[in-house]
Write a new protein. Structure first.
Length: 847
């Protein structure tokens, strides 16, 4: 219905007088209205609810509930209460009209009805209704525009504040190197802006647990500052998402479809809604910027998400800047400490003095209060307290030192013993709460006030020369940078000791080298890049048939031409060295002085100067002629053994047996088994010589072997004049039944072909069955690959109870082949162990 054309409306007429209904229906229908009718109040209410007419003409006096009650019920129903209603009444009393208006009517007409008056009143009410609806729509639109205008103004204000906040934080980052101050100010201002309960910055540790580095809370009871938190729900998938910039927005943990694990975790920290953004250092996930709303659910606005997104970028810049400054400071501190200690150690007269210098310099640099060193005894069975130690001067530390000197530690016992055994640093944050089993001196520490300690091993050539233990009065969480600094000091001390040891070892090594070269049983040499010997030992000369190294060096002017049997062999050696800087077990044929050829093996490397220029080649040469002969003999034997094994077993089974020399037994579900017997061969053998008998069997069975190989079948065995073959194992064969049928038909044809060669016309009796079998290798001597199972037994019965010259198959095989080959039903036969079975005779192939 529109304001321009109100006659498109639906009118419901309610009157118990048929003539009135008929007159009004015809009139209003002619006027263009769609008309519905009802003759009582109950049906009128039902139609109004269902059809939702645009106006109702309602008679006052009706049977059942009257018009007034009908009107009351329509106005009480939310779905019909806005439909305008005009009473039709013959009552002339003013009180009746007032009652009509009181129950909700908008107008009335008096009977007898004037049709034109009814039409005018209907159009008037429909026009009023349309105007009212348009006014409501305009009011709603105006309210929406006002709301949008206010929201836009608020958004502009928030954006301006966000930009101001981001600019202020960026300015602070550029002007300050105090990372803690920057982060604390940031979370405080963000919490105030969001008006939320908790804002924090969380840093990940190596195992993806983490620590709350800074926070701002609206009440101290919500504080989780410095807590180490392990989220059981946080896995590698979350790491990947956050590294890609994922932002988690949760308005209510109970409606966000979170896992129970995640909900329980957030409940533990009183979180109801949260907003989580990643803090990235390059592509690495450093930590998270998190806002928590704890008191109730909260809808996070896009502008709030954008603010924290911008802040996470600024925080990442601040962290990177702070870390770079911290690294620079620590690097300078480390360099200065290492320079000081290196110079002092180099000037120290002995090992104990070097230890004491190290302890003092480290403590003074890092601000710790006490240090001592533990060194292995002469048998390296116990750690003893070294004379070297350092104290900041507190009286209680002297007594602690005296008590320490009385102690000894075995490997793995107490802090020094554990570090001695593990060769790794160990940090204890609070000595006073450590059990005696972990730190024997924990009771002694109570009197000194010492709290934290760090133990570092001094390792040289994988041997612990000493264990340094440093103490401080403050309780300190493990500082990896500090651990690395002290570790570097220990390494520097170890390097000095190692250098002095190396100098002494070099002197001894040089003496030994000359002795080794002269007395070695292998040839040792140096050659020029152009191919001449620079040096050689007596063993080298002996291997190559010369009386002395001098004769060798003088006689061979071109190694490539005079020494190697193959003309380009030295070139191949040099190419291999150039690829990997060295070559090992490089085998070649070479000439001895007497012209004989021998096998040698070389380990050779190039020697270069500091600029990378090749100076010479050096290496070791061995005579391996005897070994090569033995290897060749062994290879031949292995080939013969391999071929013999393959003649006995299928190739996959042979390979499996070589790798796993245990019992081999496999189940195969789809296999066809064939048994064939030479009819009358037993009587023939009684009249034939053994030699002739074997010749004939070999001729026939060799032909069968070729057929089995052609069809991809596995020959199982021969027993006397019986031949057994299977299809579908050890490698599954999808057409195993077809392959075995082809084999059977070809065997019959082959018997006719070899008859002239044998001088006898033997008939074959063949039986076939299909199904599942167990196959494996049995025995440890003269082992064979064999089959077991009901399928095998029935196949054997098919042969033994078959017809001479025929191929008898079971119903199982027939089902697989009936569409591909010609069969004749033999009928039901009695099979031992199986009862009655229907069998078939395979007659040939379809043309």
């Amino acid at each position: 219905m529109s304001l321009e054309n109100p006659t498109e409306s639906v009118i419901l007429i309610v009157d118990d007088t048929p003539i009135n209904l008929e007159i009004l229906c015809d009139f209003l229908a002619d006027a263009g209205f769609e008309v519905l009718v009802a003759t009582d109040g109950e049906s009128a209410i039902e139609q109004a609810v269902y059809a939702q007419p645009n106006l109702i003409l309602l008679d006052v006096l009706m049977p059942g509930i009257d018009g007034f009650e009908t009107c009351r019920q329509l106005k009480a129903n939310p779905s019909t209460q806005v439909i305008p209603l005009i009473f039709m009444t013959a009552l002339g009393e003013t009180a009746d009209k007032v009652t009509g208006f009181q129950v909700g009517a908008v107008d009335y007409v008096t009977k007898p009805i004037q049709l034109e008056e009814v039409l005018a009143r209907i159009n008037n009410q429909l026009t009023i209704q349309n105007l009212r609806q348009e006014l409501q729509q305009q009011n709603l639109q105006l309210e929406q525009e006002v709301t949008e205008r206010l929201q836009a103004e608020e958004l502009v204000r928030q954006q301006a504040y966000q930009e101001q906040l981001l600019n202020e934080i960026a300015q602070r980052i550029r002007k300050s190197l105090d990372l803690d101050k920057i982060l604390n100010t940031t979370v405080t201002e963000v919490r105030q802006f969001l008006q939320t309960d908790r804002v924090l910055i969380y840093q990940f540790l190596a195992d993806w647990s983490g620590v709350v580095e800074v926070e701002a809370v609206n009440t101290p009871s919500l504080s989780i500052l410095n807590q180490k938190i392990t989220d059981p729900c946080f896995g590698e998938s979350y790491v990947y998402l956050y590294q890609k910039g994922h932002i988690q927005v949760i308005d209510d943990i109970y409606t966000a479809e979170l896992t129970p694990c995640h909900v329980d975790f957030l409940q533990k920290f009183q979180v109801r809604a949260n907003l989580v953004l990643p803090i990235l250092q390059g592509e690495q996930l450093w930590g998270l910027l998190i806002a928590h709303h704890c008191s109730e659910p909260r809808h996070w606005l896009p502008s709030e998400v954008d603010l924290l997104k911008g802040l996470s970028t600024q925080i990442a810049i601040a962290i990177q800047q702070g870390l770079l400054y911290q690294q620079l400071h620590q690097r300078n501190q480390k360099i200065h400490l290492l320079q000081t200690i290196t110079q002092a150690i180099s000037e120290s007269p002995d090992f104990e003095s070097a230890l004491e210098i190290t302890l003092r310099n480290v403590c003074e640099t890092i601000g710790w209060h006490f240090a001592e060193a533990w060194i292995p005894n002469t048998q390296s069975t116990l750690l003893e307290c070294s004379p070297a130690w350092y104290s900041s001067g507190l009286p209680a530390l002297k007594q602690f030192r005296q008590d320490s000197q009385k102690l000894q530690f075995a490997p793995g016992v107490d802090l020094p013993g554990r570090v001695w055994l593990s060769q790794q640093p160990e940090w204890i944050q609070d000595l006073t709460i450590e059990p005696e089993s972990l730190f024997v001196g924990s009771q002694m520490v109570l009197a000194t006030g010492l709290s934290s300690c760090l133990a570092i091993p001094l390792v040289v050539n994988e041997q612990v020369l000493a264990v340094f233990v440093f103490f401080t009065l403050e309780s300190c969480q493990q500082d990896q940078q500090l651990v690395e600094l002290v570790w570097a000091v220990g390494s520097q001390l170890g390097a000095v000791i190692q250098r002095k040891q190396a100098e002494e070892a070099l002197r001894i090594a040089e003496e030994r080298y000359h002795s080794i070269v002269e007395n070695a049983i292998e040839g040792i040499f140096q050659t020029t890049p152009s191919g001449r010997f620079l040096s050689g030992n007596p063993a080298l000369a002996k291997i190559l048939g010369y009386s002395s190294p001098e004769e060798l060096i003088t006689s061979i002017q071109d190694i490539a031409q005079q020494l190697y049997f193959e003309p380009n062999r030295r070139g191949e050696l040099i190419a291999a060295i150039q690829e990997d800087n060295a070559v090992f077990d490089f085998e070649s044929l070479v000439y001895r002085q007497d012209g004989n050829i021998i096998w040698i093996s070389e380990n050779t490397r190039g020697v270069f100067d500091s600029t990378g220029k090749l100076l010479y080649y050096e290496g070791i040469l061995s005579d391996i002629t005897t070994r090569k002969a033995e290897q060749e003999a062994l290879r031949y034997l292995q080939e013969q053994s391999e071929q013999l094994l393959l003649n006995i077993l299928p190739n996959p089974i042979a390979q499996q047996l070589k790798q796993y020399p245990d019992i081999i037994a496999d189940s195969h579900d789809n296999v066809s088994v064939l048994f064939a017997d030479l009819v009358g061969f037993t009587q023939f053998s009684a009249q034939t010589s053994a030699t002739e008998l074997v010749r004939i069997l070999n001729l026939i069975f060799s032909a069968f072997d070729h057929l089995a190989e052609r069809h991809g079948l596995e020959k199982i065995k021969t027993i006397g004049d019986a031949y057994m073959v299977a299809a579908g194992l050890p490698i599954p064969h999808p057409n195993h039944a077809i392959a075995i049928a082809e084999m059977a038909l070809d065997m019959q044809a082959e018997m006719a072909r070899v008859a002239p060669k044998t001088g006898e016309e033997f008939q074959l009796r063949i039986g076939i069955n299909s199904g599942s079998v167990v196959a494996g290798v049995i025995g440890i001597k003269k082992f064979i690959y064999d089959l077991w199972g009901d399928t095998v037994n029935v196949a054997s019965r098919m042969e033994s109870q078959g017809i001479n010259g025929a191929i008898q198959v079971t119903a199982a095989t027939y089902e697989l082949l009936q569409d591909k080959y010609l069969f004749e039903e033999r009928g039901i036969i009695s099979v031992k162990g199986k009862g009655e079975m229907t069998t078939y005779l395979l007659k040939g192939r379809f043309c």
